[in-house]
Unconditional design. Structure first.
Length: 142
């Protein structure tokens, strides 16, 4: 294994999305974004909905959206188990906007704390998806 790289694995319930060596990976932790380089201290962190940036040669080589989950970090590896994950370029703004409308409607109709919390989670994911799409548009100059 290359000691100047970190092994990164991203797993969703549907599939293994990524399994390769990278220079650095930056993930959306609940307490803020955190970067993982080779030799990182062991860590387990909850993830909020957001984007994982993968770095190669000092630049972002890929962006992956996660709807939440958790990350386990060792000095050699970062493993993310995500509730839902996809490449940012596969997110359709119209689908995310519909998800946001559905979440807001569910929140308005919620009659229990559990239903409100579930609707809030849907809203948070949809808002993070829309932010990821906007960030991608901004980065590509569209």
């Amino acid at each position: 294994m290359d000691i100047n790289k970190v092994q990164f694995d991203l797993v969703s319930p549907e599939r293994l999305l990524v399994s390769d060596l990278y220079d650095m990976v930056v993930a959306p932790g609940e307490e803020g974004d955190f970067g993982v380089l080779p030799g990182h201290s062991p860590l387990i962190a909850n993830l909020r909905p957001g984007v994982i940036d993968i770095y190669e040669n000092g630049v972002i080589s890929d962006r992956l959206f996660v709807a939440g989950g958790f990350a386990e970090v060792t000095p050699e590896r970062m493993t993310v188990l995500a509730e839902e994950a996809m490449p940012v370029h596969e997110i359709k703004a119209a689908d995310a906007e519909q998800r946001l409308r559905d979440g807001k409607l569910a929140y308005e109709e919620a009659d229990t704390d559990a239903a409100r919390a579930e609707a809030e989670a849907v809203i948070a994911v949809a808002e993070a998806m829309l932010a990821a799409v906007e960030r991608l548009r901004g980065a590509s100059g569209h």
